[in-house]
Design a protein around this ligand. Structure first.
Ligand SMILES: Cc1cc2nc3c(=O)[nH]c(=O)nc-3n(C[C@H](O)[C@H](O)[C@H](O)COP(=O)(O)OP(=O)(O)OC[C@H]3O[C@@H](n4cnc5c(N)ncnc54)[C@H](O)[C@@H]3O)c2cc1C
Length: 494
């Protein structure tokens, strides 16, 4: 079905940045829409990251990145409370084992203080080891940042999208932007079968943002991706460290990061591997070896037999570029802040938004929506805007009487489908109602398949529910969108 509609503002891309930009557009009296290329939102960079809510110590003073990160960190509890998303302020330790690392600790301490980060403290090695006895001895000093938090990036992205929709934003999935042109004061966006006219366009296409901008004008910044690997350890390993740990290596390069997640697991990573394409989510053997060998040195007592999953991610490194022949060559000059291009009136492009993009998604969304509303001359607040979203019921978080009442009202909440994570049929049906169309779409919303058995127990039941609820044949249900069939090939013959 095709459509041609007029909007005030259209957001391109349904990652964290696009969903939060859409959410904030609805806080003005604007007619707005979001178009996402894939079958679901939260399938790009936002789907695989470290889940850390940074304080702002790592960002160059005076940059937009530093200012937004500090501001966003302070208000993250309130944001997560509005949207019904998990958030835990675990605090972080940046640990050093020698003189090079010590310099980094001192530099980040000064930078953090200059940026306005509160309660930073430089600890002695003995203090850090007492706080985190699982770390290898020999720490020379550490930077304690009590404000560092962890959240659930998937829940955050879905919540922002749902909140935008609840406040009137139209959301189209399966709508890749293939043309973007100026016609008088309007932008004409061709997205899948839809043609949208809008006064303002916010290009939040992640790894693809430079290509989307290229549809109308050449970007000054392009994304040159590299890859990252992660290991996930099951809940028994979760409490091995209490804080988020950043290990600063003595040689130039990447250290180890350990993240005790909001659901009690432990995340190790990311590694840093060169190369990679926007669509390449495979893990690399070198990256996983790096993580294991680093873990053996930094957390020697950590039981790596608790690893239940490895996953790959892609970093959207932004570079100023120059043309050389047919290709692009990255310039030496570094980019220390968010790369936001504003090449024409009414068009904003976020190109290669790296860490701390998750932390700053809401703040960046607010900033861009405000600029777009002012440009359109429609910056009066929407009196009906409701920043809160009702999260779906999670029986496992309820006490017994509340869980019993929920099951009485809807028996599907009494049928456990994923035993590892205690997820019920009622939650899966609600996830599908809220937009999940793949096995991973359900997983990211309710946690099926995230536990020790990684879905061997529940995948067929989730597939059955997706097939029934969406009116698809089981052969059409996919793991994670096109090219990832669950049934087929030899299994199909069986
Ligand atoms: C390894 C790694 C670890 C990170 N860790 C952290 C962290 O701990 N804390 C933190 O604050 N930040 C972190 N970040 C940064 C954060 O994850 C990103 O800044 C954020 O997710 C970027 O979101 P996005 O919306 O720009 O991109 P995406 O999530 O990729 O969204 C872009 C969307 O645009 C869609 N799209 C692409 N092309 C088109 C098209 N033609 N038409 C329509 N739609 C299109 C894509 O399908 C995608 O859904 C990390 C990043 C990486 C890579």
């Amino acid at each position: 079905m095709s459509s041609e509609e007029r909007f005030d503002a259209v957001v391109l891309g349904g990652g964290l940045l696009g969903c939060f930009a859409a959410r904030h557009l609805t806080s003005y009296k604007l007619r707005c829409a979001l178009v996402e290329a894939r079958e679901d939102v939260c399938t790009g960079i936002s789907r695989g990251n470290s889940a850390i809510v940074y304080t702002g110590c790592d960002n160059k003073s005076g940059t937009l990145k530093a200012r937004l990160c500090v501001q966003a960190n302070r208000t993250f509890e309130a944001l997560c409370a509005q949207l019904g998303v998990p958030f835990v302020r675990r605090g972080s330790l940046l640990v050093s084992y020698g003189p090079r690392g010590d310099q980094v600790v001192r530099r980040k301490y000064r930078q953090g203080r200059d940026n306005g980060v509160e309660n930073l403290e430089i600890l002695t090695g003995a203090q850090a080891e007492a706080m985190e006895p699982g770390l290898a001895p020999g720490i020379s000093c550490a930077l304690l940042a009590p404000g560092t938090g962890v959240t659930d990036p998937w829940a955050l992205c879905f919540a922002a999208c749902e909140n935008a929709q609840a406040n009137g934003c139209r959301v189209w999935r399966n709508a890749p932007v293939t043309a973007l042109a100026r016609e008088g004061a309007n932008w004409i966006v061709t997205a899948g079968p839809h043609t949208l006219r809008a006064g303002a366009v916010l290009n939040c296409c992640g790894l693809n943002a430079h290509r989307v901008q290229e549809l109308c004008t050449s970007p000054a910044v392009r994304v040159i991706p590299d890859r990252a690997d992660y290991l996930v350890l099951d809940q028994p390993a979760g409490p091995f460290v209490r804080h988020v740990i950043f290990q600063e290596p003595e040689q130039k390069g990447k250290g180890l990061t350990l993240v005790p997640t909001t659901d009690g697991k432990l995340l190790l990573g990311p590694s840093e591997q060169p190369g990679g394409e926007a669509s390449d989510r495979a893990v690399t053997a070198q990256g996983l070896d790096f993580l294991r060998s680093r873990a053996a040195r930094v957390v020697p007592g950590l039981d790596l037999s608790q690893v239940i999953r490895a996953f790959g991610a892609v970093r959207p490194n932004p570079f100023h570029v120059r043309r050389e022949g047919e290709g692009w060559v990255p310039e030496e000059r570094g980019i220390h802040s968010f790369a936001i291009e504003h090449p024409h009136p009414g068009l904003w492009s976020l190109i290669g938004i790296k860490t701390p993009g998750l932390t700053c998604a809401d703040a960046l969304g607010a900033m861009l929506a405000g600029e777009a509303a002012a440009y359109l001359g429609k910056d009066a607040p929407n009196p009906e805007f409701d920043p809160c979203r009702t999260p779906p019921p999670r029986p496992r978080d309820l006490d017994l009487p509340a869980r019993r009442a929920l099951v009485q009202a809807n028996p599907a909440y009494g049928r456990v489908v994923c035993r590892c994570e205690d997820v019920t049929e009622g939650e899966i049906l609600e996830a599908i109602r809220r937009g999940a169309v793949t096995l991973d779409g359900v997983k990211r919303r309710v946690g099926t398949g995230l536990g020790r058995c990684q879905g061997s127990w529940c995948a067929d039941r989730v597939l059955e529910l997706l097939s029934r609820e969406l009116g698809l044949s089981p052969w059409e249900v996919t793991q994670d969108g096109p090219g990832s069939p669950l049934l087929g090939g030899e299994r199909r013959d069986l």
